[in-house]
Every structure is written in structure tokens, then in C-alpha cells.
Ligand binder design. Structure first.
Ligand code: PLP
Length: 371
């Protein structure tokens, strides 16, 4: 990224001089790298945005505006990221109907339930690749076969799955896909939307108007250094992905085994067989997420989604999975990543175990005092 801040500081849209060309070639290299990684037929199918929130907004509102005359029904799931749910709420206020398909207690949506929700006026299905709270991998391949058969567009918020589980827009029949750089160690504030150009050609109404950048789908000067960094982070995913995922899964298993063998009343939320390798969402009976997080401040964890950790509401994802309220309010999400070592995982496990034991003893003490 650094050269594009300092020496190659041109505007990628400036076609008349060398500064612009070197910026443009960095952007086009990133576009090719990312497009080929997700199996896009043409790099031009990738539209750079400010992140997946914007990509999800563009996909849902853009399709709704473009195809609203053909139908006013959208199908999604109850466990999507806020930026999908709230974009759906937005189009509902404009007269669309949205079906939020339930998930099983394992945090996975049944393709049959998606199929049943489809109507003659359904124009779009939006299902995430991997859930951001419980890490569950959704059956996109099966859903893509259904939507393609019915001639309905399929959008996927693929943010959490990129590099963690197979994702290929061609074989999965995905027509729109949102990705973001900062979930794969790239810079924050840079993402993309894949928009299929052929079989079928997806028509979208832009949500940002202006100079007509990015095939007219997203006006605004591109963030060249961030895009170069996004491309590089995908390149590193290609090199390290499979080996790193095995390493993460073994650290995750180490963490869970350590905690579960020392503490009673711990449940793993979501499927353990179809899961992001670095995700562990655990509920600890008898404690609250907030008090536990306060007690383990040296470990960076979250309750629910990182973006909604300011809210005290229990996770809507866990609620949709039927997790009882007291356990949803006692859940912590551990994210294991690139820099983590087995020593750190061992230490984190010991800190969590000690904190849960202390909190439970305090609770028992206060109950005894009350009694
Ligand atoms: C983080 C995240 C987003 C939002 O991405 P930003 O680039 O932060 O806007 C969307 N969907 C999922 C599943 C995410 O995890």
C-alpha cells in the first residue's frame, strides 16, 4: 500500500498522465486478483466500494430499484448481518415484502425452507456464506441451484467465508457477492461487490451518483492504496489459506477442549461440523457476557457481533437459533486469527476458566447471602 500513498499518488480515474496510469494499474491488478479468487469470469464484474456494508446496501437496494416493476418480494435469512437486514427493512418501507427464513438450532438455513419461501414475484434471494457470530457455513451451492432454476437472482454476503470455506460464484450460481478487505487482514474501509455480467446480466441501480466510476455502479474516486492492500491480502490468502485454516481449527479445538473439560455448563453455539475454522461462540451458564468480558479484559472477545457490541440486546442470531435468552446473554464470541499461537490459546483458556469460576462463586455467594 505504501507506494500508493507516497510516490504513486495518482488518481486511478486520471487517464491523461502517468500518475493516473500507475494508480489505475494497481487497481486493475487488485481487481483481477480478487475476481479470479472468487471465480468471476471477468474482472469488470467487481465493483469497488467502501466495504461490505456498502456492498450489501448496493446489492439489495440496487436490485430492488431495478427489478421492482417485475416483483416486490425478497427472501433472506434471520441471521444475516445488520447491513443486509437493515437494507431489507429499507426496501420494506418502499413497498417490498421480505421473508426472513428461520434457521435450525445449528445456525444453518435449510435450502428447502428457502425454496418454500419463493414466490412468483420473488426477485432476489440473499443468503450469507458464513455467519459472523456463530461461524456457520450456509449451503449456498444448494441454494444457488434452486435460485438459478427459478430464474431468481442470488446475492451472498461472502465476507466471513472468503478464504475460510470454498466460494466460487460460477459453480454456486451466485449473481452478486459482497466482500471486504478488513476481515482478511486488509485495510478497513475498502470492499467490493461482485455483479454478474453474463448468464444472467445483473442490472442494478446505483446508490451513489456522480462521475460514473466503476461501470456507473459506484461513483467516487477510488481509494487506491486500500484497493492495492485488498488485492495483496487476497494474494496472501491464496498462498496461506488452506494451511492456515487447519492451524486455526486446531487452535479453536484446543480452546474449546480446554474450557469444556474444566467447566460445567458450557455450550458451543452453532454447528461444529460446518463452521469457520477460527470461530468459537460459547455460552457459559450462570454468568453474563458483560461481566465475563469485564473479567477477561486482556483477551479481545465480543458478545454477539463486534459492530453491535454497544447494544445490550441479546444476539438476534442466537435467538433465531432458539438459544434460550439466559444463555444468549451469557455468550462470548472468540475469534482466532493469523497472529495467535498455541501458547496464547492455552493462556486465554485458563483466564476464561478462572473468570467463570470466580463469577459463579460470587453469584452463589450473593444468592446464599440473599437466602
Ligand atoms: C463485517 C461484516 C460486514 C460489514 O463489512 P464492513 O466492511 O465492515 O462494512 C458485513 N457482513 C458480514 C458478515 C460481516 O462480518
Amino acid at each position: 500500500m505504501l507506494p500508493y500513498f507516497t510516490t504513486h499518488f495518482g488518481n486511478a480515474a486520471s487517464r491523461a498522465h502517468a500518475y493516473g496510469w500507475s494508480a489505475e494499474s494497481a487497481v486493475e491488478l487488485a481487481r483481477e486478483t480478487i475476481a479470479s479468487y472468487i471465480g468471476a469470469a471477468d474482472p469488470k464484474e467487481l465493483v469497488f466500494t467502501s466495504g461490505a456494508t456498502e456492498s450489501n446496501n448496493l446489492a439489495i437496494k440496487g436490485v430492488a430499484e431495478s427489478l421492482g416493476s417485475r416483483g416486490k418480494h425478497i427472501v433472506t435469512t434471520a441471521i444475516e448481518h445488520k447491513s443486509v437486514i437493515d437494507s431489507c427493512r429499507h426496501v420494506e418501507r418502499q413497498g417490498f415484502e421480505v421473508s426472513y427464513v428461520a434457521v435450525g438450532s445449528d445456525g444453518i438455513v435449510d435450502p428447502g425452507a428457502i425454496n418454500e419461501a419463493l414466490r412468483d414475484d420473488t426477485i432476489l434471494v440473499s443468503v450469507m456464506l458464513v455467519n459472523n457470530e456463530v461461524g456457520t457455513v450456509q449451503p449456498l451451492q444448494e441454494i444457488g441451484a434452486i435460485t438459478r432454476d427459478r430464474g431468481i437472482l442470488l446475492h451472498s454476503d461472502a465476507v466471513q467465508g472468503l478464504g475460510k470455506t470454498p466460494f466460487d460464484v460460477e459453480s454456486m450460481n451466485v449473481d452478486l457477492a459482497s466482500v471486504t478487505a478488513h476481515k482478511i487482514y486488509g485495510p478497513k474501509g475498502c470492499g467490493a461487490l461482485y455483479v454478474r455480467k453474463k448468464n444472467p446480466r445483473v442490472r442494478l441501480i446505483a446508490q451513489v451518483d456522480g462521475g460514473g466510476h466503476e461501470r456507473g455502479l459506484r461513483s467516487g474516486t477510488l481509494n487506491v492504496p486500500a484497493i492495492a492492500g485488498f488485492g495483496k491480502s487476497v494474494e496472501l490468502l491464496c498462498e496461506e489459506g488452506p494451511r492456515e485454516n487447519e492451524r486455526l481449527a486446531s487452535l479453536r479445538d484446543q480452546l474449546e477442549a480446554g474450557i469444556v473439560s474444566s467447566l460445567e455448563g458450557v455450550t458451543i453455539n452453532g454447528s461444529t461440523s460446518h463452521r469457520h475454522p477460527g470461530n468459537s461462540n460459547l455460552s457459559f451458564e450462570g454468568v453474563t457476557s458483560d461481566s465475563l468480558m469485564m473479567a477477561i479484559k486482556e483477551i479481545a472477545v465480543s458478545s454477539g457481533a463486534a459492530c453491535s457490541s454497544a447494544s445490550l440486546e441479546p444476539s438476534y442470531v442466537l435467538r433465531a437459533m432458539g438459544v434460550p435468552e439466559h444463555l444468549a446473554k451469557a455468550s462470548i464470541r472468540f475469534g482466532i486469527g493469523r497472529g495467535n499461537t498455541s501458547d496464547e490459546i492455552g493462556r486465554a483458556g485458563r483466564i476464561v476458566i478462572r473468570a467463570v469460576q470466580t463469577l459463579r462463586e460470587q453469584l452463589a455467594g450473593s444468592l446464599a447471602a440473599d437466602g
